[in-house]
Design a protein around this ligand. Structure first.
Ligand code: ATP
Ligand code: MG
Length: 313
């Protein structure tokens, strides 16, 4: 399928740099996409981003289901990794969708997962797997066992701090991890609370659809509660608008409303609705690996750049 609308200018990705071999063909959408893909996939071709002074730990949360949490987690992770940054994705959803999208085996009977990590049965270094698609990208996978963890955690000591205590800084340093992105399940239960206690930042994906802000008030109140009682450093740092469909008026109205509500926290980059973005996980890939020159890939690359630049400024 041809992506009819390249969406992002060629200069955005090429940064005004040197010409590429595919440049002669880029007057068609498919040629432009090929040129962008060839540039991105050249080692160092995506350019470099500043490394944060210390590891940034970001929780991707919204208790509303299907708003793009997992898609945003894995594609921003891949975007940061493509720029040379070390990224660890923690899959905190029993569905294991983030693990799947990163090409990580999470169905084998004997793997160490985030479940054993939370229960204190394994160390972080034992539960981490490297993505087969990018050596800067790592994942602690989720297995179906995690579905029972919410109940099992209740009786454990320091039940809200299990993930924070498991994230041992030495392992993160040894692997060169600059970003930890935690993909939450669609609930505000103990798993999400663990993610909020472990992180400093919350990134909220909001779908450009009816009732986009429904439930966001409750999410913000929960963040305030965690901040007041468990993790004073926690704050909403970033909001990402997802699944934007430029053909509808509604999408623009939602985007405006979210910007009125969250102001500067909303990334300038809006993630478009694109079939390719939804196809990629089926191949164990992020959109950046599945179709690097596509609109979806470009927008997640732009979003990851914005995230990295904002953190440093
Ligand atoms: P859950 O609450 O179940 O964990 P989620 O918030 O993690 O869901 P995703 O799984 O990322 O949401 O996305 C929900 C569905 O929408 C998936 O099928 C995904 O492939 C699709 N999707 C996400 N982003 C896009 C996009 N930009 N364009 C088209 N489809 C998308
Ligand atoms: Mg998800």
């Amino acid at each position: 399928m041809v992506d009819q609308d390249p969406g992002v200018s060629r200069e955005t990705i090429l940064g005004g740099g040197s010409p590429t071999p595919a440049q002669g063909f880029d007057d068609t959408p498919i040629g432009a996409a090929a040129a962008r893909a060839s540039q991105i996939l050249t080692p160092g071709g995506a350019g470099e981003l500043p490394r944060p002074q210390s590891t940034r730990i970001i929780t991707i949360a919204n208790q509303k289901g299907g708003v793009g949490k997992t898609t945003t987690t894995v594609n921003m992770a891949a975007g940061l990794a493509l720029h040379g940054l070390g990224v660890l994705v923690i899959d905190l959803d029993p569905q294991g969708n983030a693990s799947t999208a990163l090409g990580i085996d999470h169905r084998a009977p004997d793997i160490s997962s985030v479940y054993e990590l939370l229960l204190g049965e394994v160390r972080l270094s034992d539960a981490i797997q490297q993505s087969p698609n990018n050596k800067k990208l790592f994942c602690v996978p989720a297995t179906l066992d995690l579905a029972g963890a919410e109940i099992e955690l209740v009786s454990l000591v320091a039940r809200e701090n299990r993930l924070r205590n498991a994230l041992d800084q030495q392992t993160l340093t040894d692997l060169g991890i600059d970003y930890v992105l935690i993909d939450c399940p669609p609930s505000l239960g103990l798993l999400t609370v663990n993610a909020m206690v472990a992180a400093k930042e919350v990134l909220i994906p909001i779908q450009c659809e009816y009732y986009a802000l429904e439930g966001v008030g409750q999410l913000l109140r929960n963040i305030e509660l965690v901040q007041a009682h468990l993790n004073p450093a926690l704050h909403v740092s970033t909001v990402v608008l997802t699944m934007y469909d430029g053909r509808t008026k509604l999408a623009d109205q939602v985007a405006d409303e979210v910007r009125r509500h969250f102001g500067e926290k909303v990334l300038q980059t809006i993630i478009p609705r694109s079939v390719k973005v939804s196809e990629a996980p089926g191949f164990g890939m992020t959109i950046i690996e599945y179709d690097p020159g596509s609109r979806g890939s470009m927008s997640y690359l732009d979003a990851s750049r914005e995230l990295a630049m904002r953190g440093v400024n």
